[in-house]
Design a binder for this molecule. Structure first.
Ligand code: BES
Ligand code: ZN
Ligand code: ZN
Length: 507
């Protein structure tokens, strides 16, 4: 991973492969660090602006070679957009894009000014954090299965240093970077688990990944296997795993941040379907490979727990991951089957592809029985319907506790992971009625994301609960800012933020 640091000094004096300065939209004669570099280059930056090669729009990049006028070989000028619209999300995105640009041109060591920390109005810690997150996450690549071609030079951006003129800001920038490293590590772990194929990341490997997080971070871990599930009568977990040769695992990672107040707690429950073929209600083969990512909710919870262990917020957090593979076989469950969940409720299986809500049901019943959580947030690649509703832009948020929904939305606002609430009007609930069982696992096509949420709500009882449907946001089609093609790691950052928010100001 790229090494991130801060030093006090003059960006124009940095002896690196490239220095990064910035430009707001509409500025014709730059000031601050950009202005200093412009003067050292005899007005080359002003000339590039005057010639219309860069206007400061967000994400624009112009590169100049310094030809000996500065210690650094190159200068990158990056557009930050309109100064009035600058926030941490802009800095994070621009930093990601810039880092990939630097890697592409072969720069190994780079230095940057603290975007937005001056006239941008961001505080230095937020700027440092956004630069750190954007740089580390924008460079993330999943390529350890690719053989290197002979003689091909390795291009890696190895160092990024924030060079800050004002000594009073250095400590805050460093604090921001320190947070960014922990957060980016957590997101990278989530992305890695999602990008790994299902022949590698099966339920046992999910449990191993969780165990490693527990070992490194000093968390407690409990892992249930098939026998335990039989003992606990987890009929819903067992029904989904029935067709798979891979043993299911129910994973619990615990952060005991407030042991004197056991009721100051929350459960984060992440859907961990390591592959969703659909089961007997098999999916079409086009893009079925994406279902290796159907454990993205679980991956986000494992990633978040890693950061939570590092930050140590004063709250007890239960990370729960039902890890199961959904496969068709002679032993698989069938449409029409009636099963009994751990809670005692009977479920008519209308479609074996609606398996996420089944494993979540038992995971929620189990953690309620074991730890009596006061709040539950579940995260799941749950429905194709959420992609219809919100596209690949926003995660859907639902819940029976508006307070929890609001806490999630507030956390998402500060991380920039876009989320949007869908209503849980009582009228939708009847769609889950079954003629033969207490509830049916599918509520039909209309409002499919909401009826899925209502199914989960059958098992949350009176616990304050919010539900995040990430089926539209767990994967990206192309690179964009700090997001790279493939697994996004959403909503790892928001889960971390939520826990920190709740630890500071419990609702
Ligand atoms: N894992 C899928 C949902 C999904 C779809 C995730 C697209 C990511 C991208 C889920 O298990 C599923 O198959 N849901 C069905 C439910 C239906 C049978 C009621 C769906 O949405 O089609
Ligand atoms: Zn499915
Ligand atoms: Zn699924």
């Amino acid at each position: 991973m790229v090494t991130l640091s801060v030093t006090q000094g003059d960006i124009a004096a940095a002896d690196v492969d490239a220095i990064v300065v910035n430009l707001f939209e509409g500025i014709t004669s730059p000031g601050g660090g950009t202005g200093a570099v412009d003067r050292a280059l005899s007005g080359a930056i002003s000339a590039v602006i005057a010639d219309g090669e860069i206007s400061g729009k967000q994400g624009e990049i112009a590169m100049l070679h310094t030809l000996g006028k500065l210690p650094a070989k190159r200068v990158l000028i990056v557009g930050l957009g309109k100064s009035a619209r600058l926030d941490a999300a802009v800095v994070r995105d621009v930093s990601g894009l810039t880092a990939r640009y630097l890697r592409r041109v072969g720069a190994k060591r780079a230095a940057t000014i603290a975007h937005g920390a001056g006239i941008g109005g961001l505080d230095a810690a937020a700027s440092g954090q956004a630069i750190g997150e954007g740089t580390a996450l924008g460079l993330y690549a999943f390529k350890h299965y690719l053989s290197r071609k002979d003689g091909e030079p390795e291009r890696e951006l190895e160092e990024m240093t924030i060079v800050e003129q004002d000594a009073a800001r250095v400590a805050a920038l460093e604090a921001g970077l320190a947070r960014a490293k922990i957060i980016a590590d957590a997101v990278a772990l989530a992305r890695e688990l999602v990008n790994e194929p299902a022949n590698v990341v099966n339920p046992a490997r999910m449990a191993e990944a969780a165990a490693e997080v527990a070992r490194e971070g000093g968390l407690e871990i409990t892992v249930l296997g098939r026998e335990d599930m039989v003992e606990q009568r987890m009929g819903a977990m067992l029904a989904v795993t029935a067709g798979s040769a891979n043993e299911p695992k129910l994973i619990l990672l615990e952060h005991k941040g407030d042991p004197d107040h056991p009721e100051n707690n929350i459960a984060l429950v992440g859907k961990g379907i390591t592959f969703d073929s659909g089961g007997i209600s098999i999916k079409p083969s086009a893009r079925m490979w994406e279902m290796k990512g159907d454990m993205s909710g679980g991956a986000a919870v494992i990633g978040a727990m890693k950061a939570i262990a590092a930050f140590g917020p004063k709250i007890n957090v239960f990370g729960v991951i039902p890890a199961v593979e959904n496969m068709p076989s002679g032993t698989a469950q069938r449409p029409g089957d009636i099963i009994r969940a751990m809670s005692g409720k009977t479920i008519e299986i209308d479609n074996t592809d609606a398996e996420g809500r089944l494993v979540l049901a038992d995971a929620i019943s189990w953690i309620r029985a074991e730890r009596d959580p006061k709040r539950i947030v579940d995260v799941a690649t749950l429905t194709g319907a959420i992609v219809v509703a919100l596209g690949h832009v926003a995660t859907g948020v639902m819940g029976t506790s508006q307070q929890m929904v609001d806490a999630v939305l507030a956390a998402s606002k500060s991380t920039g992971e876009k989320m949007w609430q869908l209503p849980m009007f009582e009228e939708y609930k009847r769609q889950n009625r079954s003629d033969y069982a207490d509830v049916k696992n599918v509520g039909g096509r209309p409002a499919g994301s909401i009826t899925a949420a209502f199914f989960i709500a059958e098992f949350t009882g009176g616990v304050e609960w919010a539900h995040l449907d990430i089926a539209g946001t767990f994967m990206a089609e192309r690179n964009k800012g700090h997001v790279v093609k493939g697994a996004t790691g959403v909503p790892t950052r928001t889960l971390i933020q939520l826990i920190e928010d709740l630890a500071v100001a419990p609702p």
